[in-house]
Design a protein around this ligand. Structure first.
Ligand SMILES: Cc1cc2nc3c(=O)[nH]c(=O)nc-3n(C[C@H](O)[C@H](O)[C@H](O)COP(=O)(O)OP(=O)(O)OC[C@H]3O[C@@H](n4cnc5c(N)ncnc54)[C@H](O)[C@@H]3O)c2cc1C
Length: 358
């Protein structure tokens, strides 16, 4: 016997957006969050919808493209439920390359796009790509969830999950839950304890900072090079600030911010935009990206289980991939064929023995 249709572990942007999509389809949903919702990776992110980042694995493209196509409707639905309209802040990214790409920007076009840039012997392309503020997105998602009958339990840590007949029994720090299906959306924690011991997800720490842009640098596009990006907020209460990120570190679950790492990020940014050396630092923080050995998320049923699922491992692109993840997971749970082939993201796919560097 189960009391509810779906039990989701993890109240990050993935778990809560999936909860909204399942609720929209008429299912009863409970989300179990060990701490406070949306206080981990989902609010540590820069907010680039970086489908064309050359560091992305090629197999991420189809999920990224699906997500980009779903983004406007996703934001509309959040607005309908929450009354919060999350705007895009930028619509172009200046991407630096070490070798000249075929569509390299001319010196004149580069000077037009960003006159203050020092090219540092790099080559640049201009990519159509948007960004948004993940903290604003989080506020809209949480308000939307609270406007529905989704049962969001904070301070409730999932300890173990067991299939019992056609149900799952979920043991938590505050008692047991019984549901028809369980979905593990616990991000960097997804392979911890007995939730999904076989899943190859590990935390990858990212430190970053926010600065107040000097008035001489009205930045309206993202600047990205291998190892560093600058993402401006162009509208709303945080207009005029920019995020500079981010380190990529294997440091377990440690989220300490180190001033030397922040200083290093600043020096990388200053090398491209010397005017940034005047920028006042506003904050610095760290978050834990859920990484997998091939850089792709795990989306689907757990091996040898009909009623336990996973949607985790979105690594550097969880904000980008949120609408598509919610969409294809809801399709899977409803027994529909998903809009794209999910074989590349299968929890039982073969994995490389050594993880990708990025
Ligand atoms: C520095 C940095 C920059 C980034 N920049 C970008 C970017 O520009 N664009 C982009 O698309 N993505 C970016 N990302 C990646 C993106 O933030 C993540 O991929 C995404 O937030 C993952 O969402 P999630 O819901 O899976 O994880 P989280 O937001 O971490 O949520 C997981 C939740 O599960 C909870 N949990 C864990 N274990 C349990 C348990 N046992 N029981 C109950 N609850 C549990 C946690 O408390 C947490 O709230 C960035 C990440 C970082 C760290």
């Amino acid at each position: 016997m189960h009391d509810l249709d779906i039990c989701i572990a993890g109240g990050g942007v993935i778990g809560l957006s999936l909860a909204l999509e399942l609720h929209r389809r008429g299912l009863s949903v409970t989300v179990l969050e060990q701490g406070q919702p949306l206080s981990e990776a989902s609010t540590a992110a820069a907010g680039m919808l970086a489908a064309s980042d050359p560091d992305n694995p090629a197999a991420l493209r189809k999920l990224s493209d699906l997500s980009l196509s779903l983004y406007p409707a996703f934001l509309d639905r959040l607005d309908e439920l929450s009354g919060i309209r999350v705007p895009f802040h930028t619509s172009a990214t200046l991407q630096a390359h070490l070798a000249p790409p075929s569509n390299e920007l001319s010196t004149e076009a580069l000077a037009d796009a960003l006159p203050q840039l020092t090219s540092n012997n790099r080559h640049f392309t201009l990519i159509d790509e948007r960004s948004l503020d993940p903290r604003h997105l989080a506020e809209a998602v949480l308000t939307a969830v609270r406007a529905t009958s989704i049962d969001l339990r904070t301070g409730t840590r999932v300890l173990s999950v067991q299939s019992v007949g056609d149900s799952v029994e979920v043991q938590t720090s505050t008692g047991a839950f019984h549901a028809a299906r369980f979905i593990n959306c616990t991000g960097a924690w997804a392979s911890q304890s007995s939730l999904a011991p076989g899943l190859a997800i590990a935390p990858r720490k990212g430190q970053m900072l926010a600065v107040a842009l000097p008035p001489s640098l009205p930045l309206h596009l993202v600047l990205r090079t291998h190892g560093m990006y600058i993402v401006p907020r162009t509208t709303g209460p945080h207009a005029g600030r920019a995020i500079i990120g981010a380190t990529i570190e294997d440091a377990g679950f440690d989220k300490t911010v180190h001033s030397k790492d922040i200083a290093h990020l600043r020096s990388l940014a200053n090398a491209f935009l010397p005017v940034l050396s005047e920028a006042r630092q506003l904050e610095a923080w760290a978050g834990l990206r859920p990484s997998s050995p091939d850089g792709l998320p795990f989306l689907g049923a757990m091996p040898e289980s009909r009623n336990q699922f996973v949607a985790a491992g979105h690594y550097r692109n969880g904000i980008l991939l949120t609408p598509a993840t919610a969409h294809v997971m809801a399709q899977l749970l409803a027994g529909e064929s998903p809009s794209i082939d999910l074989a590349d993201y299968s929890p039982s796919r073969p994995l490389p023995s050594s993880p990708i560097a990025q």
